[in-house]
Design a protein around this ligand. Structure first.
Ligand code: HEC
Length: 104
């Protein structure tokens, strides 16, 4: 590919998340829920009981922004041995944000 085109294209891809209209707009919440239920929920239930969702809805839950949510998903993914691809994390972000956090 022509280098004059490649570099701006790569930059656009890198910068895209920062200018995204809604947080996790590109994520697929349905795919995210399936992954979340399979990979994430058991550990949260172990700590918070019930269906594990209290971790997101407790009064003193820690996520204050879409950016912190994205960071925490990455951190928790590291607990799993980094099983997930960035697009998986975006899908889970879309699911958690639409269902619990509602960050704009
Ligand atoms: C090995 C256990 C474990 C696994 C696996 C795990 N988590 Fe967590 N997660 C935690 C613990 C413990 C906390 C609470 C940390 C705290 O309160 O300081 C947490 C907190 C969170 C929070 C922040 C909740 C809030 O608002 O305060 C999010 C979001 C989250 N996890 C997402 C995920 C996702 C997504 C996955 C799957 C990719 C996942 N976690 C897998 C243990 C885990």
């Amino acid at each position: 590919m022509n280098m004059k085109l490649t570099i701006p294209l790569l930059l656009a891809l890198l910068l895209a998340p920062a200018v995204q209209a809604a947080p996790f707009a590109k994520g697929d919440a349905k795919a995210g829920k399936a992954l979340h239920d399979k990979q994430c929920v058991a550990c949260h239930i172990g700590r918070f009981g019930g269906d594990g969702s209290k971790i997101y809805t407790r009064a003193d839950h820690r996520m204050k922004s879409a950016a912190s949510l994205a960071q925490q998903i990455t951190t928790c993914n590291a607990n799993l041995g980094n099983n997930l691809f960035p697009e998986d994390e975006a899908n889970i972000g879309a699911y958690l944000n639409q269902t619990f956090y509602k960050f704009k």
